[in-house]
Design a protein. Structure first.
Length: 292
């Protein structure tokens, strides 16, 4: 069996220079025929994935953060074949958390060699796929602002700085939402459309979500005074924010539409896009096989 490792050398924790010999140590004694390559820029992982699948590689392993994994998954979706492997090396690694994939590199490699797979739903935000979470509002802007600090700070420190900057400048968003033949206007802090449970480096945004249940779990946090947000925000980390029923709403749906009056940032598995107007969310008709 043929397996390709696609490494993002600049994602997350600055350890990618050390990962290649670790991969070789584990894989060289296995039954796999393997290749290890590095990405050079945005969308490289998707293109490399498609090329390797054309060369009859069965497993494509993304080595990096959720954005790298999403690019590999996009290539697999476009070709309609292939198995996704994950070595979590990003800042957040939230898809790995949602799948219970080990954040330890050696353990993650052992699981890849073992080859046990799970079928996982693929979310769609218009034409863009996500495996874990798509969102607009405060959290998307936190991701955007966190990227400003990643060159200075690592891991949760960068997230914390991104959070603080966003809280200082963020204004709630006016949107129209539509689902299950219901249409209503809302002023929101954020809307997260989740396949998995976690995002933002371990924040349990949708505690009841299952990544293979053919449903999207929606968390809507409505406009809230900033002093009350100081009490609500810590509860989101452990998934207890549902107790603030006046401001927090959970919905489980097949599809969900958001119509924005102003330009917003859309976070899809850690990648940020600028959007305005109608955004349609649903699940792709086929699942993806991921090694767990």
């Amino acid at each position: 069996m043929k397996i390709a490792f696609i490494i993002n050398p600049i994602a997350g924790k600055n350890r990618k220079k050390d990962i290649k010999p670790i991969i070789e140590m584990h894989i060289s004694n296995s039954h796999y025929e393997y290749i290890i390559v590095y990405t050079d820029g945005i969308d490289d992982a998707r293109i490399l994935t498609k090329n390797f699948l054309d060369e009859n590689y069965e497993i494509i392993v993304g080595v990096g953060g959720d954005g790298t994994i999403r690019e590999v998954a996009s290539g697999i979706k476009e070709k309609g074949k292939g198995i996704l492997g994950i070595i979590p090396m990003g800042t957040g690694n939230d898809l790995a958390r949602s799948l219970n994939v080990s954040l330890n590199i050696n353990e993650a490699l052992k699981r890849i060699i073992r080859g046990k797979t799970k079928e996982v739903n693929i979310g769609l935000a218009e034409e863009n796929i996500f495996l874990n979470v798509a969102s607009i509002g405060l959290d998307a802007e936190i991701v955007k602002n966190t990227k400003l600090f990643k060159g200075i700070f690592k891991g949760k420190v960068a997230y914390t700085m991104g959070i603080l900057r966003t809280l200082l400048i963020f204004k709630s968003k006016e949107v129209t939402i539509e689902y299950n033949n219901i249409k209503r206007d809302e002023k929101i802090l954020l809307i997260a459309l989740a396949n998995g449970k976690y995002y933002g480096g371990g924040i349990k945004i949708t505690p009841q979500a299952k990544i293979d249940d053919n449903k999207l779990d929606i968390c809507i946090i409505k406009e809230i005074p900033k002093f009350k947000l100081l009490f609500l925000f810590p509860s989101v980390y452990n998934g207890n924010h549902g107790k603030y029923k006046k401001y927090v709403e959970f919905i489980r749906v097949d599809s969900f539409n958001i119509d924005t009056k102003d330009e917003v940032f859309l976070n899809i598995d850690g990648d940020i896009l600028s959007k305005k107007g109608l955004i349609k969310f649903n699940l792709y008709e086929k699942n993806i096989n991921i090694i767990i």
